[in-house]
Design a protein around this ligand. Structure first.
Ligand code: ADP
Ligand code: MG
Length: 697
């Protein structure tokens, strides 16, 4: 009966074509089904009534029972307003309308007592509520609900009396006609196992709750359903991929053993070992690996990646590693070249600035198979880059790359899809990872190499600058190096460049004795590289930069990170930046500079940074502050299509829903069992609907 829910809302009794058109336009809602899913975003407790004398400026919406004393029109033309003077036994106030005056006027017989509802504001010495919701006290019957649903609406809708209450009235009609048609979308077994209420009941309660407990269960049920179908889709995609795509068997560990015995400069952490085992398991399985390695900054992802390439090369394949910036690609190349050379493996770097002659050699050696490891930027994705036998593609700092690019790397081997390893230093809360990367397997390096001292983080105001400079001086004298980072926000690039340049000058004045490096986005790649290299080699002591150094850059001798205008950075960015220090054996410091006046969110961000070094904890706070919609990659994942479930708050339900989806697919992969008919029907329905889920594969 999907057809019924496709009915246009204009056919709903009492709606009318004009209001329907307005709802179409304002809320992007066209059908019964869509309107039914316009869930209230909160509920108001209407058990409490305020007296006029109790009103205060910090109250949100209040309910007041008051008698209409006098109604008058004040002003003329555009400034005309309708004022109802009302009173209760404690005082007098005004109700005001600027729009729809004629219509309201009819509803305001002096002497009648009404329940008014809205946010009070003080004008002069008199309280006033603009455009209150209202209802005659006499009609406010027992059926009056204690939990009034609050629907999102718009200015234009409100002007046509489609405020929250107006929408609620329409919902009454809608739920009534839809109720008999609502079909269960979850199998009885799942309802039973997870103690969920039925769909019909849930829909009724969500719009017209009768008891707090039932409302709670209705919300839980609907959230569960959303997560369940999201996870089901992702899991099905994953199953399809692992069945369809074979990967070459990469099982030879001779090179790896050689490396372990003769070249590795340190003992691997247990977490690194575990993640290598997980990847090795995939590589030798004959199925294509698609694994995400999450590891906080400095957890040693590069080494894990290199060891995986050794398995690939040892088994007769080639490997490539793609980084988001030239600086990073360069650094990976420099770092890994040392090992590759000592083991006699040919390695090359390919970026936008690679010379033509050099490119030609790379292309040839890739095809002949001589070149074993190719490191680079997006340049790797070009069609001319063809391998003899690419076995493993590694993508560093995944959040900078789209999923489409991952797919492009797959296409580099016609016989077998290369195995794919994605590395990210953006700690993503588990709940989000499950959803964003539902089609990937996830490994976590949750341990830092031994001997690292936790970075000490402080928050300082601009007035403390002299002291901060003194501290910097002291550290440099001890032989350390320092980063000073300025924000770069796209829409004010010129301004930011100016603040960077001003900063650079004042630093140069404060430290005439030390050579400085400067790196920013408007510099040519080779100039950037030159400056960076001087810092890496220790020739310069202070690196003044914009966030281009954010990802991955590794200078173990740098022990101080100063972040200017820290209030302008997001939490995960601050954490990334801080991760540039604390890479050597010395005590490292992060100094967050900000102005004195801070927004509440900025303050929470800075306090969080000072409190903890734990990337996952930081990611959780970030998710709470920003909501999942703003996080990288969420736009393409379907997360933003969630209507009621909230990734930042409903993690426990997500986990349950994922378990349920997993269990269901394990028992009935093609959803052919009769008891799973509701699921099959729902999956088909969603395939038909506008959301194009293939985007995320
Ligand atoms: P990230 O995970 O942020 O990419 P890197 O791979 O750049 O971290 O590693 C950070 C630093 O830690 C590098 O200098 C690397 O050589 C070093 N490192 C990696 N693993 C270990 C280990 N097990 N013991 C000691 N140092 C390590
Ligand atoms: Mg890295």
């Amino acid at each position: 009966m999907s057809g019924f829910f496709d009915t246009k809302i204009e056919f709903l009794k009492g709606m009318g074509p004009q209001r329907a058109a307005l709802i179409n336009k304002e809320l992007n809602i066209f059908t019964y089904g869509e309107l039914l899913q316009h869930y209230p975003f909160r509920y108001e407790d209407r058990t409490r009534f305020f007296k006029i004398r109790e009103l205060s400026a910090d109250l949100e919406n209040v309910q007041i029972i008051a008698k209409i004393m006098k109604v008058e029109l004040i002003g003329a033309g555009g400034k005309r307003r309708l004022v109802a003077h009302v009173a209760d036994e404690t005082g007098e106030m005004e109700m005001t309308w600027f729009k729809g005056i004629q219509w309201v006027q009819k509803k305001l017989p002096p002497g009648a007592t009404y329940i008014f509802f809205g946010k009070p504001a003080l004008f002069g010495r008199r309280w006033s509520i603009a455009h209150p919701e209202m209802e005659p006290l006499s009609q406010a019957s027992e059926k009056r609900n204690n939990f009034q649903p609050v629907y999102s609406t718009t200015e234009k809708l409100r002007a046509r009396f489609l405020d929250s209450r107006g929408i609620s009235k329409i919902m009454e009609q809608l739920v009534q006609v839809c109720y008999p048609q609502i079909q269960e979308t979850l199998p009885g077994e799942i309802l039973h196992q997870y103690q969920l209420i039925g769909k019909k009941e849930a829909i009724r309660q969500i719009h017209f709750p009768t008891q707090p407990d039932l409302l709670h269960r209705a919300r839980k049920r609907l959230k569960f359903e959303e997560f369940f179908y999201l996870q089901l889709r992702l899991l099905k995609m994953k199953v399809a991929r692992t069945e369809k795509f074979r990967g070459q068997v990469l099982a030879n560990t001779e090179l790896l053993t050689d490396f372990y015995q003769n070249h590795i400069p340190f003992e691997l952490t247990n977490a690194q070992k575990r993640v290598i085992r997980e990847a090795y398991h995939d590589l030798k399985s004959g199925k294509q690996m698609n694994r995400l390695i999450q590891g906080d900054v400095g957890s040693g992802k590069t080494m894990v990646a290199f060891i995986c390439t050794l398995i690939a090369i040892g088994s007769g394949a080639q490997a490539c590693l793609m980084a988001p910036t030239e600086i990073l690609a360069n650094q990976h190349y420099e770092g890994l070249k040392e090992f590759a050379d000592s083991m006699g493996l040919k390695i090359a770097l390919l970026t936008g600035s690679t010379k033509k002659a050099q490119r030609k050699i790379i292309h040839e050696e890739l095809l002949s198979g001589d070149l074993k490891i190719l490191i680079g930027t997006h340049a790797l994705l070009e069609d001319v880059v063809q391998f003899q036998n690419l076995g493993l593609s590694i993508v560093d700092e995944q959040h900078r790359f789209g999923v489409a690019q991952r797919a492009k790397l797959w296409a580099k081997n016609e016989d077998f899809l290369p195995h794919v390893l994605v590395m990210t230093a953006t700690p993503i809360p588990r709940t989000l990872a499950m959803t964003l990367y539902g089609d990937l397997d996830v490994s976590v390096i949750d341990e830092l190499p031994a001997g690292r001292k936790p970075i000490q983080t402080v928050h300082r105001y601009d007035k403390d600058r002299l002291k901060v400079f003194g501290f910097i001086n002291q550290e440099i004298k001890k032989g350390r190096q320092v980063y000073i980072v300025y924000p770069l926000i796209e829409d004010s690039e010129t301004m930011d460049l100016k603040s960077l340049m001003d900063g650079y000058e004042s630093i140069a004045r404060a430290f005439p004795q030390y050579p400085l490096s400067i790196v920013h986005g408007s510099m040519k790649a080779d100039a950037k590289d030159y400056e960076m290299q001087r810092f890496v080699k220790g020739e310069t002591k202070i690196m003044v930069a914009t966030t281009v150094i954010e990802v991955g850059v590794n200078v173990p001798n740098a022990s101080v990170m100063v972040i200017e205008n820290a209030e302008r950075f997001g939490l995960s960015q601050l954490h990334q930046l801080r991760g540039r220090v604390g890479r050597g054996a010395e005590q490292s410091y992060c100094i967050l500079m900000s102005k004195y006046e801070l927004s509440k969110d900025s303050r929470v961000r800075l306090e969080t940074m000072v409190r903890t070094n734990d990337g996952f904890e930081i990611a959780d706070v970030d998710l709470r502050l920003r909501g999942p919609g703003d996080l990288m990659g969420t736009q393409q994942s379907g997360v933003t299509d969630l209507l009621i479930a909230d990734l930042s708050k409903d993690a426990p339900i997500l986990t349950l829903a994922r378990d349920a989806a997993q269990q269901l697919l394990a028992q009935d992969p093609d959803l052919s069992l009769p008891e799973n008919a509701p699921v099959l029907r729902q999956v088909k329905l969603q395939k038909k609907s506008a959301v194009n889920w293939s985007r995320i594969s």
